[in-house]
Design a protein around this ligand. Sequence first.
Ligand SMILES: [Zn+2]
Length: 418
Amino acid sequence: MDHTSLFTAALGLQAPWEVTRVSFDPTKGRIDFEVGFRPGTRFACPACGAESQPVHDTLPRSWRHLNFFQYQAYIHARVPRVRCRACGKTRQVPVPWARPDSGFTQLMEALIVTLCRAMPVRQVAALLQVGDMRIWRILDHYVTAARAREDFSQVRAVGVDETAARRGQDYISLFCDLEGPRVLFGTEGRKAAVFERFVDDLEAHGGCGENIKELCMDMSASFRAGAQAQLPWAEITFDEFHVIALVNEAVDAVRRAEVRERPELKRSRYLWLKDKQAWNQSQIRQFHDLSRRGLKTHRAYRIKEALREIFATATNPAEAEALLDKWYSWARRCRLEPIKAVAATLKRHWQGILNAFDSRLSNGPVEAINALIQAAKARARGYRSPQRLITMAYLIAGDLKHLPASPYATATAPQGRP
Ligand SMILES: [Zn+2]
């Protein structure tokens, strides 16, 4: 086998395409493959499919391919255009190794997609010496194509949560399939309108708003309004995570008001908000000291912990309701305004909170997905736009079944297996 036929085989090219020339320049760190087709070859018309149309002219194009050892590899070809005698159109013939208009081979794009699932785009760009804008365009293409083939017809239970693309700004709302768990849909903003967009997207994927029987979310007015308008069939659950987060805000409000007269409360914020199992030695000592000083903050903390205890121990809605009623009268009589206010808020959503004890449905899977996305976001040091965060959420947590596989996984798979 001469070296051009060796490379023709290694690149997976089939007639009429073949490698005609290889040039290797170690000083520039690159290897270039000239690919061509035999003179007189005829091609099918890309517009109408008519077979055996003669070549009208050719245009030179280049594609970046997988590295050849440590060298960047490029494929160059004069791509034919046919002037079709059947339909009269002049069209460029697609090449088997690349998508139309891409400057990369499909294997190179598959590698880029694979790497971006595990590391930040910026690092992939540096590693492959490719501009990060080009990488984002590739990700957008493959994520959109893969999502178009996803089936949401079996989705019954949905959790929705908000997350920021950058620290404290550019919010997106993420809708997750609680039974996946997987990200179904991400969209900019956190207003009621996000529910309308979700239902449109659900229907575009064979799903149906009436199928959604369970909805897990926070108690924000905009989410409630959106759910009411778009998913009135769903039983709403306000999950433990969001309920406790709300009460934690009240505890912190009590501490902020009290710290002015009680300086010993300084630097104790996380003590009161953190799970006590997560306290370190100095926080345990700090609590031991502060808990004996008759502080309002400590009282607020005990009310919050009592609520957490109910979530941890109640096994059914009836038991939970009895315990929550007792908790509510304690919280309403505590003379701590922020706690009284949050207790009133919870009381307005009693049924949604009680539902958490029925279905045992929680946004746990959504929180897990959110953690994955936050970790990617931290590695990337935030995303420049909400759309990039959404693309990344689909890529790493969308459970997309039609993304290109790693070129190396395919190359090493035993014969006969996918
Ligand atoms: Zn044609």
